[in-house]
Design a protein around this ligand. Structure first.
Ligand code: 4H6
Length: 221
């Protein structure tokens, strides 16, 4: 899977060098290219934004600079262009899974008051939001997309099937325990130390359902 990220703040993506995503990059399972939109400014001061037509607060990113940055990406016709915005369709696990089937994603990150609408209309295939709240930029949402999608790429997760996990069956995860067997007077549930695999599976399935009913009953509907 190839991710190209159009951003004014490429340094923010350093966190993707850590842990599972960092390892996936090293192994060549995923590729993340950071394109600094500012590199495409024709201005002597490297300016990328300007005041909004019609007036109002803040600055808007110019369409020509974003378009030139986008045009520098090769094979972009076979890619899906995603714009991270508070106005986008809400991201969920089903959408993540769908995106993981793409070969090439281009993630466009906005900042300031946003990006000139004309270049959005020109290049964007899908507008996605990671939740109903406002952030200072689209970089954190882009990282959320990269992280969640990468988990579906073969070889990225070392442990068993991703299908086993929370949300794959529309239920939340059962609780986990490790050593010590007793902590602050609390014992690990007896069944988990019994070694009886059938009973353990039954207990975990029941817990998943119980926890979902309590914490996220909306998932059961
Ligand atoms: C596009 C347009 C995504 C991107 C405007 C982005 C939340 C999400 C942004 C803006 C984002 C999300 C700039 C509007 C700052 C507010 C960047 N915020 N904003 N929920 N912000 O996925 O001012």
């Amino acid at each position: 899977m190839k991710f190209d990220v159009l951003t004014l703040f490429p340094e923010m993506f350093k966190s993707l060098d850590e842990s599972i995503i960092g390892r996936a990059k090293e192994k060549g399972l995923i590729e993340i290219n950071l394109i600094n939109i500012r590199d495409f400014s024709k201005d002597k001061h490297k300016k990328v934004d300007d005041t909004p037509y019609g007036g109002g607060a803040g600055m808007v990113i110019r369409p020509d600079v974003v378009y030139d940055a986008y045009s520098s990406i090769k094979d972009s016709k076979n890619a899906k262009v995603i714009f991270l915005s508070p106005q986008g369709k809400l991201l969920n696990q089903e959408k993540v899974k769908e995106l993981s089937k793409e070969e090439h994603l281009i993630l466009l990150c906005g900042h300031y008051e946003g990006i000139d609408q004309r270049v959005i209309d020109e290049i964007v295939d899908e507008e996605i939001s990671i939740g109903d709240y406002v952030l200072t930029g689209g970089e954190l949402p882009a990282m959320v997309v990269i992280d969640s999608v990468s988990r579906y790429i073969d070889g990225v997760l070392s442990n068993e099937s991703i299908e086993e996990e929370s949300f794959s069956n529309n239920l939340l995860e059962y609780p986990q325990y490790t050593r010590p067997e007793e902590f602050n007077g609390k014992k690990v549930p007896e069944v988990l130390v019994s070694g009886h695999h059938e009973n353990i599976k039954k207990w975990r399935d029941e817990k998943s359902l119980e926890i979902t009913k309590i914490k996220r009953p909306d998932l059961l509907k």
